[in-house]
Design a protein around this ligand. Structure first.
Ligand code: SF4
Ligand code: SF4
Length: 108
């Protein structure tokens, strides 16, 4: 995962839909969901992702193996990953500074 993906999430890289961290959850934007069911159809453990998506609920089913398949196949870009800390507090400024320093090769 490169710097931009660490800072802004995996959706910047169309080739990477895997979870950014173990505590991440698939999170829908219900205004984009057309209830086609492609997400749940492709879920390897049978989670009814559409039911979560159309209600705007985080996919917190314990069976989720964080494969990212539902995020990848959604034709509407409805699904993305979020982390609990980011949902509550926003990005960690210290982590962001460290990542920027790595990217530019010096402290910023
Ligand atoms: S694939 Fe996307 S648009 Fe279709 S039901 Fe799932 S979240 Fe909604
Ligand atoms: S990330 Fe994988 S296991 Fe989790 S809900 Fe999506 S398709 Fe199912």
């Amino acid at each position: 995962m490169n710097l931009l993906q660490k800072l802004f999430g995996p959706r910047l890289d169309p080739n990477s839909y895997a979870a950014p961290s173990p505590d991440a959850h698939v999170t829908p934007d219900p205004t984009r969901c057309v209830q086609c069911g492609v997400c749940g159809f492709n879920c390897p453990v049978g989670i009814p992702v559409r039911d979560y998506a159309c209600r705007g609920r985080i996919v917190d089913d314990i069976r989720c193996v964080q494969c990212g398949k539902c995020v990848e196949v959604c034709p509407r870009g409805t699904l993305r990953w979020t982390r609990p800390a980011a949902r509550l507090e926003g990005p960690d400024p210290l982590e962001a500074e460290t990542l920027l320093a790595e990217f530019f090769g010096e402290r910023v």
